[in-house]
Design a protein around this ligand. Structure first.
Ligand SMILES: Cc1ncc(COP(=O)(O)O)c(C=O)c1O
Length: 481
């Protein structure tokens, strides 16, 4: 029997969460990312994952919005097996390879004319690190050496390397490393998060204009000819919990970049490659404004491979092609043949099985059920359900315990979202609970992300919502005072 994931009342770690019976936990030589040892998964099929204790749980969040076609898709496993038989590795500075060339063509051909070239890496942080360096290389090559400033946003996440943590602003993930983050070249403006930060007297247009003006003011403060790029997640993922920007925001922000000759970078590591119901998030949630540079990762390989990509517009590509002609950045595993073959197969499955449409349809159903079950007048969670937002197959549920009804519950210092995530896992659902998205300091807020695979069925959506709402209700009930 695996450890139950019930949560004791006093645990001296930050999150106050770990398995109740630590003695029953198998020892581990891994330094895990959680204060508790996560259960070991032994196999998976589609959206179902089997754990070491024999339990099978339903993955309602695709791991971390990664497994976009579930596990074990026969077309992808076949492609991977064929590729490993053919060729597992060549080094990208000596040889290119067929799957990498084909995947690159796919990304350019499906990019609605936005992209001229791409480069491969092995994940999201590497993709954003590559995007930052590519932008800097562009100005190096085009002889604008004064440009050395990047502008990101508060409450954003662009990866866990030192540079991507510097560009992003996820307070708890930055906290241990503030001493070594780069505050000289990386600057931040406000998040685009209307439900929390739009003023009551402001219209949406006025809010967007305020944010546009703030960005322009930041350019002027830094010196407009010193700015390399403004970078943003098209839909904010983990930090605030699936927050799309207000209408017109990206058009406005891009206009500032264009005015001063800086680049506009979109981080679609989490929200891209179909997650929003369109191949690129900016097609549906970014005013249709294509970036100069874009990072993609999670849905690119769907979990079958560690892969990310940096996509670049003709402007950036030409800047390099007219000068050195090559990307000065790289890694040993970039454009790995196995990773590219897996990714290509995932992308073909998405097209052949019309999964973007299914993602939109099931996402809309998920939203409807969540609203019915969490926000109807009789719902136990209604007073605490601050917002349900998202699109396509990417949904965030934010809870708030500042209403008068909050005096009816006491979580004894534990984070509600983490309690819900743990309870859901016990009940057979994987979801992602996160904290700290409700204020710019990152000290308040509870949200949970649901982002099932694009091939989720209606029945599975129903099951995901049932298990999720039951978990929310149980945690509320058990902490009633
Ligand atoms: C928007 C965004 N950018 C970058 C990253 C970093 O990606 P990875 O964890 O693959 O390094 C993430 C990961 O969640 C992300 O959500």
């Amino acid at each position: 029997m695996a450890p139950a994931l019930t949560i004791p009342e006093s645990v001296p770690d930050k999150l106050n969460v770990k398995p109740a019976d630590a003695s029953s936990v198998r020892p581990t030589a891994i330094l895990h990312r959680t204060p508790w040892r996560p259960p070991v998964a032994v196999s998976a099929d589609g959206l179902y994952v089997t754990l070491e204790d024999g339990r099978t749980v339903l993955d309602g969040v695709g791991g971390a919005s990664v497994a976009c076609i579930g596990n074990g898709h026969p077309k992808v496993t076949k492609a991977l097996k064929e590729q490993v038989d053919k060729m597992s590795y060549v080094y990208n500075m000596q040889l290119s390879n067929e799957p990498a060339e084909e995947l690159a063509n796919f990304l350019i051909d499906t990019g609605k004319g936005a992209f001229a070239l791409c480069g491969f890496v092995s994940g999201g942080s590497e993709a954003m690190e590559g995007a930052i360096k590519l932008a800097q290389q562009y100005f190096y090559e085009t002889k604008q050496p004064k440009r050395k400033n990047f502008i990101g946003r508060q409450l954003s996440f662009h990866g866990n390397t030192v540079t991507t943590l510097s560009l992003g602003n996820h307070p708890t993930r930055r906290a241990p490393y503030v001493g070594i983050l780069n505050t000289e070249s990386f600057h931040h403006v406000s998040p685009a998060y209307a439900k929390r930060f739009q003023k009551p007297e402001e219209t949406e247009e006025q809010y967007v204009e305020r944010l546009r003006q703030e960005l322009e003011d930041k350019f002027l403060e830094l010196g407009p000819d010193t700015v390399v790029a403004f970078a943003a997640e098209t839909v904010v993922g983990a930090t605030t919990g699936v927050v799309p920007a207000p209408k017109g925001y990206f058009r406005a922000m891009k206009s500032v970049c264009d005015k001063y000759g800086a680049l506009f970078i979109l981080d679609e590591v989490m929200s891209g490659m179909g997650r929003m119901g369109t191949l690129h998030g900016w097609e549906s949630f970014g005013d249709g404004v294509a970036p100069d540079i874009q990072a993609v990762a999670k849905g690119l390989g769907g979990g079958y491979a560690s892969i990310g990509a940096v996509l670049m517009s003709k402007r950036v590509a030409d800047g390099l092609r007219d000068n050195s002609g090559f990307w000065k950045h790289g890694h040993t595993y970039q454009a790995n043949p196995l990773a590219c073959a897996a990714s290509l197969a995932v992308q073909k499955v998405i097209i052949e099985e019309n999964l973007l449409e299914n993602c939109r349809t099931q996402g809309a159903y998920l939203e409807r059920l969540l609203r019915e079950r969490l926000q109807s007048p009789n719902a136990a969670a209604a007073p605490f359900t601050f917002d349900i937002r998202g699109g396509g197959g990417f949904w965030g549920i934010e809870f708030d315990f500042t209403a008068p009804e909050a005096s009816r519950v006491n979580f004894r210092g534990q984070a509600f979202a983490i309690l819900v995530q743990a309870r859901a896992l016990e009940k057979g659902l994987i979801c992602m609970g996160l904290t700290g998205g409700a204020n710019v300091e990152g000290t308040k807020g509870d949200h949970v992300i649901l982002s099932p695979a694009y091939n989720v069925t209606k029945e599975q959506v129903h099951k995901i919502v049932n298990l999720f709402v039951e978990s929310v209700d149980e945690v509320l009930k058990e902490h009633a005072v």
